[in-house]
Design a protein around this ligand. Structure first.
Ligand code: HEM
Ligand code: HEM
Length: 230
């Protein structure tokens, strides 16, 4: 029987990731679609938090491993950042929330919206990477797939590495760090075709998923080794 809870989680994960890419590529969607999709992703965040409500209720329960501490830190950062993106988004909205007619702090809100959304993409990608084993386990469970072995594993790892290397280039090209550190405060226009703009953003996401996944695994191995030798 299909695990509907896992399927619901995977579906939400997929759409949140796809929408994050589309929202970062503002020039592709345009203003009205951006606001509608931004509101939709806000609703998905709430659904996602509700599907993971056990995390909130068992926050202090069980053992705190190095990996769990890392995962929890990123969830809290993602949660705080999401609140900033949403509140500032509503403040600067020219269509969906225009009826609120918020006339104060919009210049600061615009700067904060830009900066927190770039942080959001990086933090959310790290959050996904730190839960990547969970994603793979759920995908295998839902679709009845067997774990890959031998050459297929290395081929997939190589493809992920290539995507991440492209992401490192795109990180520079899209001036992500400059936006995160407020060195850039005005919209960046990429004159590449739409599909390439989307691909570039997806690759930045892949870079942080890749790095945080392997960092999480390393932290897990090192913590276990320290436990054995003590
Ligand atoms: C683009 C946005 C996001 C993506 C792609 C994403 C993805 C994921 C994935 C893949 C997992 C593990 C599998 C699952 O439960 O689905 C997860 C777990 C979780 N996420 Fe997110 N997430 C995002 C945003 C958020 C936000 C904004 C919050 C804020 C509350 C959040 C809170 C959590 C929690 C509490 C867990 C459970 C962790 C655990 O049980 O160890 N996520 N997320
Ligand atoms: C996770 C959700 C969101 C992300 C990642 C995000 C991301 C971004 C980014 C990267 C820009 C800069 C675009 C550019 O000019 O290059 C932007 C601009 C903008 N966003 Fe969002 N956004 C989100 C949610 C929202 C929401 C919910 C609203 C309002 C309903 C909103 C309203 C706007 C508006 C009005 C602008 C144009 C600002 C200007 O005039 O320069 N955003 N957003």
């Amino acid at each position: 029987m299909i695990n509907t809870n896992a399927l619901a989680r995977l579906t939400a994960d997929f759409f949140m990731s796809a929408l994050m890419i589309l929202l970062m590529a503002y020039q592709v969607a345009g203003e009205t679609a951006h606001e509608v999709l931004g509101t939709a992703v806000g609703v998905l965040f709430l659904v996602h938090a509700w599907l993971n409500r056990r995390w909130f209720s068992s926050f202090y329960k069980g053992k705190f491993s190095a990996l769990r501490a890392l995962q929890n830190t990123f969830i809290i950062l993602v949660l705080l950042d999401t609140i900033v993106i949403m509140v500032t988004g509503v403040m600067i909205s020219g269509t969906v929330f225009a009826f609120l007619d918020i006339g104060f702090g919009t210049a600061a809100a615009r700067t904060l919206h830009l900066c927190s959304s770039y942080w959001g993409l990086v933090l959310m990608s790290c959050h996904v990477g730190l839960h990547w084993s969970m994603v793979m386990a759920m995908t295998r469970g839902v679709f009845g797939l067997k774990p890959k072995t031998g050459a297929a594993v290395w081929l997939l790892r190589l493809a992920a590495l290539a995507f991440a290397v492209w992401g490192a280039w795109a990180f520079g090209h899209l001036q992500v760090w400059d936006f995160m550190t407020l060195k850039m405060q005005f919209a960046f226009f990429d004159d590449s075709p739409d599909w390439l703009v989307l691909f570039n953003w997806a690759s930045v996401m892949a870079l942080f998923v890749f790095v945080s996944y392997w960092f999480g695994r390393l932290a897990h191995v090192l913590a276990n080794r320290a436990k054995v030798s003590s």
